[in-house]
Design a protein around this ligand. Structure first.
Ligand code: HAM
Length: 436
């Protein structure tokens, strides 16, 4: 038997109703904050991630699905391509490619699969989904303002509230401006010098090439060393510190609670200033539902003009895991099961189903239109089998379409829970089914 590849999985009904609920809710919130959808390709040139995310990050150094293109055209041959491990680099590439600075401040969102070759476990997959939001534009558009940071973070809190997710913690830090980073890296190098030989070989390499990445070392024996290292907060220059303070002040004024975590550096190199993560205890070891931050120099490092930006990506798989809901809470069963009875009745039933499916059900269902949900049986089924099928689907009504009903243009409609049966003229069927 051929199975789904390790670290990938099928999302099946009824659970997909939860995914639809999440996506419909976030789309609603994005609309309220005036974010617009962007869709970028699932694979990009490898160089984009090497330059954008950073060669020394775990993502680029160990986790990317990369291959050499076998295309025949000279221009394709040998090109190194990569399945996107994240969406920010691709969105900034698109911003530059389409000269989107002409539009002022851009507020994008994107929903789609990402790929990282990580060790699979609960909440960690090799194909996973992110809900991504980015605010980016030329400095003149206000893209650099702490108001943008606070708005984006407050939007996350709104999303979680709207989904009914409680018990989250917001961790906040500033990873500094580039000049602060240089001084911080220097201080880290100095602090690591006497102890680096005791560390895991991977951490040793980081200590030399990109000391900030030492904070990503997961080896337990190295943690006491990491614990004693200097913190970036000690190196923030005045504008950077002010920016961070203003972000906090706006968050306080909107009532969004946060904790300062001065060890939070995030696993991607493009971050500057604000960095944040929302965690949730119910998730276990992989407890970050989402992460984000500012990336004021990313556009320039990809060859674009200055375009400060800030954004985040929610791990949708983890978000669904932390939902306090079951698929039944966010979807509804069919309103009516149409049971054609006897030869030639499939045609009549199909016509009726088409009419009813165009009618409004009068019931709200997040993410779906409100039309009646109609199931269609088969004229070869005996009535008993149709009833069993309707029951199994938890349909509210069953509608019998037999020769007599068609002649009379009125149909037997039975409410399955109460057992009450009435004969309803065709023109009144939809209205009747809309009733509870
Ligand atoms: P990230 O922290 O690498 O940031 O990923 C964001 C979220 O994606 C994580 O918090 C987690 O919920 C989810 N995630 C990451 N890896 C996996 C995995 N293997 N399985 C399941 N979920 C996973 C970024 O990707 C940045 N692009 C976020 C960003 C946007 N920063 C600024 N704008």
């Amino acid at each position: 038997m051929i199975k789904a590849v390790r670290g990938t999985r099928d999302l099946l009904p009824p659970d997909t109703a939860l995914w639809n609920f999440v996506e419909a809710t976030v789309r609603d919130v994005f609309r309220a904050y005036n974010f617009q959808e962007i869709r970028t390709p699932i694979f990009e040139s490898t160089e984009l991630f090497a330059r954008g995310v950073g060669e020394e990050t775990d993502i680029v150094a160990k986790e990317m699905f990369t291959w050499e293109d076998r295309g025949r055209a000279e221009s394709d041959k040998g090109q190194s391509l990569t399945l996107r491990p994240e969406n920010t680099a691709g969105i900034v590439r698109a911003y530059i490619e389409h000269k989107m600075w002409d539009r002022g401040l851009n507020k994008f969102f994107a929903i789609g699969p990402m790929f990282r070759r990580e060790r699979p476990q609960k909440g960690r997959y090799r194909q996973f989904f992110q809900i991504d939001a980015e605010v980016i534009g030329p400095p003149s558009s206000g893209s650099e303002s702490p108001a943008r940071d606070a708005e984006v973070i407050e939007m996350v809190a709104t999303i979680l509230d709207r989904l009914g997710i409680t018990g989250w913690t917001l961790q906040l830090n500033s990873v500094g401006c580039p000049a602060d980073r240089d001084r911080f890296n220097e201080a880290l190098r100095k602090a690591l010098e006497p102890v680096v030989h005791q560390m895991d070989p991977d951490c040793q390499r980081r200590a030399v090439t990109n000391p900030l990445r030492v904070f990503d070392c997961k080896v337990p024996e190295d943690q006491p060393i990491i614990e004693k290292l200097p913190r970036i907060s000690q190196f923030l220059d005045e504008p950077c510190r002010k920016h961070f303070e203003e972000v906090q002040a706006i968050l306080r004024s909107t009532g969004v609670e946060f904790q300062i975590n001065s060890r939070l550096v995030r696993g991607l190199d493009y971050y500057t200033r604000t960095a944040f993560e929302f965690t949730h205890d119910a998730l276990g070891a992989q407890n970050a539902i989402l992460g984000g931050g500012r990336y004021d120099g990313l556009s320039e490092s990809l060859g674009g003009p200055p375009a400060p930006g800030i954004g985040f990506a929610i791990g949708e798989d983890r978000l669904v895991l932390s939902l306090n809901k079951s698929p039944e809470d966010v979807s509804r069963p069919p309103d009516v099961y149409i049971a054609p009875l006897g030869a030639g009745m499939n045609r009549e039933a199909a016509r009726l189903a088409r009419e009813l499916r165009k009618s409004n059900s009068g019931r709200g269902n997040p993410g779906a239109n409100n039309n009646l949900i109609v199931e269609l049986g088969d004229e070869n089924f005996r009535l008993k089998k149709s009833f069993e099928a309707a029951d199994k689907l938890k349909s509210r009504y069953i509608l019998i379409v037999g020769e007599n009903e068609v002649k009379a243009n009125a149909f037997a409609l039975k409410h399955l829970a109460s057992g009450k049966q009435v004969t309803v003229p065709r023109a009144e069927l939809a209205a009747r089914i809309q009733q509870k």
